[in-house]
Design a protein around this ligand. Structure first.
Ligand code: SAM
Length: 317
């Protein structure tokens, strides 16, 4: 479907839960989330209905995210149901990776073809600090499990945080030499409550090209990342700049939260509810949401924070 600014909307990000087994400081508060009542959240059948409704409007790519999608007990059957939806051509999943040792294979068999795995540091103590409860060892085991499960593409997502991991840029990028995966540095977004980071934490993506002048630019692949390769590397380095150089003009996304709110734009407070609706009604609300997508998300900076009135775990990154 084409939105009011001529953009083709073909990509749905569905958050399957707000819950997470980690507590990344830029994403959610230490005490987790005030657990909503079961009845407030979309059921598996409602999620599959929403995917069918979206597919009927031309959505072809689906990403399941959260919270942490792998803490959801029915995640494999949800992926299987999504893969059986006519029109859905690609299923991707974003995860912190820690539960992949048990789930990488079943998810691949259920039809997930691409994984994005979050990893902000290669230092065990810093990993513990940023996630507040995970271990680097678990995350690495998850990445290894994903690499042996036959995914079409594996990407590592690293949130660039000044004073925390900018000193690790070369080491992190070097993973693309050692493994057949892409590493993407993502600018830290100033969300509603993204921890106690000061202005120095919000650094632009250009810091990466300054630190790694040997990066060779590659043509774009239709995604939001500016792509590069280290000489001789199997994988690519991607730079994603939602803050310093937004990509709203080519936005193809629509989002649905785990509690059934369509978010036409990640950084807007606007939400349209689909909880409890039948497929025809969901299709109609989705159509309205797509037509109400704003032209861009507005200025983002340390002082001008996202207008979204939720943290990332409650939206789905
Ligand atoms: N639990 C999964 C994970 O860790 O990947 C999926 C959900 S998480 C919200 C999805 C992505 O959003 C992660 O790559 C995370 O690093 C990113 N993210 C969360 N808060 C962010 C922020 N304030 N700025 C930039 N990226 C953020």
């Amino acid at each position: 479907m084409i939105d009011s600014y001529g953009r083709e909307i073909s990509y749905l990000r569905l958050s399957v839960t707000e819950l997470c087994n980690l507590r990344c400081r830029y994403c959610m508060p230490e005490e987790g989330v005030c657990k909503k009542r079961h009845e407030e959240m979309l059921t598996q059948e409602e999620m599959l209905r929403a995917i069918r409704a979206a597919a009927s409007l031309g959505i072809r790519k689906l990403r399941l995210t959260g919270g942490e999608p792998l803490v959801k007990s029915n995640i494999v059957s949800l992926c299987r149901g999504a893969a059986e939806t006519p029109g859905i051509e690609e299923i991707c999943l974003t995860t912190n990776g820690t539960l992949l040792p048990a789930l990488a294979k079943p998810l691949r068999e259920a039809g997930v073809s691409r994984l994005n795995i979050s990893l902000d540091t290669l230092d065990p103590e810093k990993y513990r600090y940023i996630t507040r409860r995970g271990t680097l060892e678990e995350a690495r085991a998850g990445i290894e499990a994903a690499l042996s499960a036959g995914y079409e593409k594996i990407k590592i997502n690293t949130v660039l945080i000044g004073g925390f991991n900018d000193d690790e840029i070369p080491r992190l990028a070097d993973l693309t030499r050692r493994y057949p995966l892409d590493l993407r540095f993502i600018e830290l977004m100033p969300m509603y409550d993204s921890g106690d980071f000061g202005p120095e934490a919000f650094i632009p993506y250009t810091v990466v090209t300054e630190r790694l002048p040997e990066l060779e630019p590659l043509p774009g692949d239709g995604g939001v990342a500016k792509l590069y390769r280290l000489p001789g590397a199997a994988g690519r380095v991607g730079l994603i700049s939602p803050v310093s150089a937004h990509f709203c003009t080519s936005c193809s996304r629509i989002r649905i939260t785990a509690d059934g709110k369509i978010k036409p734009c990640l950084h807007s407070p606007d939400e349209l509810s689909i909880k409890g609706l039948n497929q025809e009604e969901m299709t109609e609300v989705l159509r309205r949401a797509i037509l109400s997508k704003p032209r861009w998300h507005g200025e983002l900076s340390y002082t001008q924070r996202s207008q979204a009135n939720r943290n990332m775990n409650q939206i789905g990154g």
